[in-house]
Design a protein around this ligand. Sequence first.
Ligand code: LRH
Length: 449
Amino acid sequence: PAMRAFAAVDLGASGGRVMRGLVGAGDLRVQEVHRFPNRPVPVRGTLYWDILGLYREVLAGLRATGPVASIGIDSWAVDYGLLDADGELLGNPVHYRDARTDKVSREVVERIGAEVLYERNGLQFLPFNTIFQLAADTRLAPAATVLLIPDLLSYWLTGELGAEYTNASTTGLLDVRTRRWSASLRQAVGLPASLLPPLRAPGEPAGEWEGVPVTAVGSHDTASAVVAVPADGDAFAYISCGTWSLVGVELPEPVLTAGSRAANFTNEGGVDGTIRFLRNVMGLWPVQECVREWDVPLDGLLAEAARLPRRTVLDVDDPVFLPPGNMPERIARWCRAAGEPVPRTPAETVRSILDGLAVAHRKAIEQAQALSGRAVDVVHMVGGGSRNELLCRLTADECGLPVVAGPAEATTIGNVLVQARAAGDLHGSLADLRALVRRSQPLRRYEPR
Ligand code: LRH
């Protein structure tokens, strides 16, 4: 039987893509149709996403994809656009790395109480969680609706309003137990109920674009990536590795203990009612920022870094590395303050970041197991970072566990799998979808040394 095509729109912090996924006869293939950079724009002290530019690229990609059975959209989490009562966009979405939440986030936590907040929404503290961004937003008065980025693009395509559940779970406004919007958290930051659109689950219809159905997928990119982890059984940890490393395990229920809060572990809503129990590790962001500043290709640096010994281990999770700009300089300053040798070359700098990341990966995996009681015997690295052989090898060695790398396009594959199942082309549980990924995608195994 012929394979059917699905379009997956996937926007990451550094770039977006529109992919064609082909599904059928026990096979799965994804082809890149359109790839484009995502370049935030600083304007008078605020860092914005170029949302209209991104939408134009999405449209160009969809037109180039050809006939598809349906369209699914995912992106990075937490950020949003505001619509007025006529459905017009109010201002430009602000980038989560903007400094506007630095102070407000602490104030909101103090006002609600860190324990109460965690007990209700189960989220790790990140200064840019949507709840804090909304508390800092000065444009709320005329706003009628808040839409997370994939929901905003979906609205522009279809005219239909909705809040996809997995991404809504990153806002801080969802109740982690009932999995509905939390009235008490919403009220704590003074938001009217009407601002939050009705929730929809991955797999539900989300309207039509030019006669083609749009399907809600795990619209949080990390939720889609975890769907496509090619795990066999449940004794696995995953690292969804790109701009961020999202490191954790998949659970049936959230872990809301004091220990889990202290370790800043999050309970994000996954596809099929799962919980992504994980920590945000800084990821390849510092590397991306260094490369942007040096303006040299990464591949050569990685080859050189692989020949170097471990020298400086950067604490990549230090919040000084969160904002954009001056990354090499901030790294040198951190080393001086920590009494660590300052990297002398770009390759040494890259090596210090990757060694730091490998250590952060290990710690997060150890903590995820200790806090959840779920033991793991393999680490799955998915996403663009799984192409980074040095990082995979360092992670395997540091964790003392085998690392299975791939698929690099996990997010778009997870997006396509959920659409294809909703369309009736695939059947079964996450385990069945993962078996198809295992059979159809090239994977690479790194044994620990
Ligand atoms: C990864 C990601 C991550 C969020 C961050 C804002 O792209 O969605 O899961 O914490 O972006």
